[in-house]
Design a protein around this ligand. Structure first.
Ligand SMILES: Nc1nc2c(ncn2[C@@H]2O[C@H](COP(=O)(O)OP(=O)(O)OP(=O)(O)O)[C@@H](O)[C@H]2O)c(=O)[nH]1
Ligand SMILES: *[C@@H]1O[C@H](CO)[C@@H](O)[C@H](O)[C@H]1NC(C)=O
Ligand SMILES: *[C@@H]1O[C@H](CO)[C@@H](O)[C@H](O)[C@H]1NC(C)=O
Ligand SMILES: [Mg+2]
Length: 469
């Protein structure tokens, strides 16, 4: 039991995150999960063979392993509480990695997923920033990663502590510190000559001196239509000889004009959205290792899940002591960029009709009935649509929708919460009908598949017969 002796030794002398411990944790997890799964399947079979319908949607069919391993102490990879300078809080026997976000919320979730997956590949502790409100409206303010996702659960699942910036450094009026980082962005695209913009200076007081990554980072060097890089190409910059071979003169930092090579203690990259193991936009593929090894373990915090459950109960008139019935959610992007893609066609022509949705609903009902013995009756619509006529037409066919105006969601919880609550509802049913091309649909669909063993179907759009099949 090498790992147990390791974990019981002094926290400062031996950080709990070691490859040895990881392996053993994973093995136990697999064995325990297999045991738990077989018990669950027997129970489910017994349940199905009885005549009662299966009502409850299991929120998490795979229970956390019950063993004597103490919970992973994330903070053990820091010297103590947040310090004025991040460097004063990093352990000298531990390496770290960070990066930043700069797109819509779901893209940013995927980007943090990529960062954490890269962290596991390079055995570095990831330090994560907040979500910034690029598409929500600047006055929404930032929301902490840990207010949306259960960061302790995530750390347990991946066997590695995940830190947030505010846990490392006192950010109240962040002291400006110089650091050297790699720019992946300068290497993978030709439209901009500068590194991808980050919020590092504002948020963390980091004054970055960038070193442009080598051109071979780009999957297809010089190809202007695909800025993807491979995880391992980026990872190689953290090791010899790729690091030394790629060092070129750094660019001066914005505030101090500092010239620094990429930091080795805290590795940092400007932007990691366009990263894949094999295929560009890989989250669309079942093989996506970032999804399978990391992002699928981004579970909603208990608080956020119970807020969303409250909306579902009121919407579907389910009393507190009864389970929420399995339902089919629809995510309909109908505004902003998706409206632009309609090229001036009206929405009735361009976006899926109720009849088109109905066909997909029936397909999902058929599949869950056959495969799970569940026949979901309720349909819940989530959308960025603002026209009340359309919402009326949705309610007229008996479908449900959260009413963020009547519920006063923005005043009660803040501007982030209509979209956060809708995202939770999208991912908590037994089926999801998504909007082809939407990453928000994509992640919700993967959650329905992998968390609830449910069905995900994307709907094609652009003309009335686009989804014919
Ligand atoms: N309340 C609510 N807002 C939505 C919904 N779908 C989209 N939106 C809003 O529309 C914005 C879409 O812009 P992005 O931020 O680019 O969305 P994304 O998360 O990157 O996902 P996609 O653009 O769909 O790939 C979201 O941030 C939300 O503000 C929804 O189902 N409910
Ligand atoms: C690492 O830090 C510990 C205290 O946290 C200190 O005792 C030790 O000397 C340091 N080692 C090096 C190589 O700096
Ligand atoms: C952060 O710094 C501010 C002022 O610089 C101080 O008032 C506050 O107590 C510090 N917070 C923590 C958690 O150390
Ligand atoms: Mg978007």
């Amino acid at each position: 039991m090498l790992d147990d002796s390791l974990s019981s030794s002094s926290q400062l002398d031996s950080p709990r995150f070691t490859p040895l411990r990881l392996t053993s944790r994973r093995r136990r997890l697999v064995v325990t999960s297999a045991a738990v799964l077989s018990v669950i399947s027997i129970l489910v079979l017994a349940y199905l063979s009885s005549s009662r319908p299966l009502l409850l949607v299991p929120q998490d069919p795979i229970l956390p392993p019950k063993d004597d391993t103490p919970p992973l102490d994330r903070k053990s990879v820091l010297l103590g509480p947040p310090t004025g300078r991040f460097r004063d809080n990093l352990r000298n026997d531990t390496k770290y990695i960070t990066s930043w976000i700069s797109a819509g919320w779901t893209n940013d979730v995927m980007t943090y997923g990529n960062l954490i997956y890269l962290a596991t590949l390079t055995e570095r502790v990831p330090i994560i920033g907040p979500f910034t409100p690029s598409h929500i409206g600047g006055d929404a303010g930032n929301v902490l990663f840990g207010d949306v996702f259960d960061i302790d659960y995530l750390s347990e699942k991946i066997g590695m502590p995940v830190l947030e910036w505010h846990e490392v450094k006192n950010l109240s009026t962040p002291e400006i510190e110089d650091i050297g980082c790699w720019s992946v962005w300068q290497a993978v695209q030709v439209r901009e000559s500068t590194p991808r913009g980050t919020n590092a200076l504002n948020l963390q007081g980091l004054d970055i001196s960038f070193t442009a990554g080598p051109k071979w980072l780009q999957k297809i060097p010089g190809y202007e239509h695909d800025p993807h890089a491979h995880f391992w190409s980026i990872a190689s910059l953290l090791y010899s000889p790729a690091r030394e071979e790629s060092l070129i003169p750094p660019q001066p930092s914005e505030v101090h004009g500092a010239l620094l090579p990429p930091d080795e203690h805290l590795a940092c990259f400007d932007y990691l959205y366009y990263v894949c193991a094999h295929t560009s936009f890989e989250y669309q593929q079942d093989m996506s290792p970032a999804w399978r090894f990391v992002t699928q373990h981004f579970r909603w915090t208990n608080r956020l899940q119970s807020i969303a459950d409250g909306y579902l109960r009121r919407m579907l008139s389910v009393p507190d002591d009864e389970p929420i019935p399995p339902y089919i959610a629809i995510h309909a992007r109908r505004a902003r960029d998706f409206l632009v893609y309609c090229n001036g066609q009206n929405k009735e022509y361009c976006f899926p009709s109720i009849a088109t949705y109905q066909r997909r609903i029936e397909e999902i009902q058929e599949e869950t009935r056959e495969r799970l013995g569940i026949f979901p009756q309720h349909v819940v619509m989530l959308s960025d649509e603002e026209e009340s006529d359309w919402w009326d037409s949705i309610r007229a066919v008996g479908w449900y929708a959260p009413d963020h105006v009547a519920e006063d969601t923005v005043n009660k919880y803040g501007k982030w919460y209509p979209v956060l609550i809708d995202a939770v509802i999208q991912s908590s049913g037994i089926g999801l009908i998504g909007m082809d091309g939407s990453t928000m649909s994509l992640l919700a669909g993967r959650r329905v598949q992998d968390w609830h063993n449910g069905v995900f179907k994307n709907i094609k759009w652009g003309s009335p017969d686009a989804d014919d099949h």
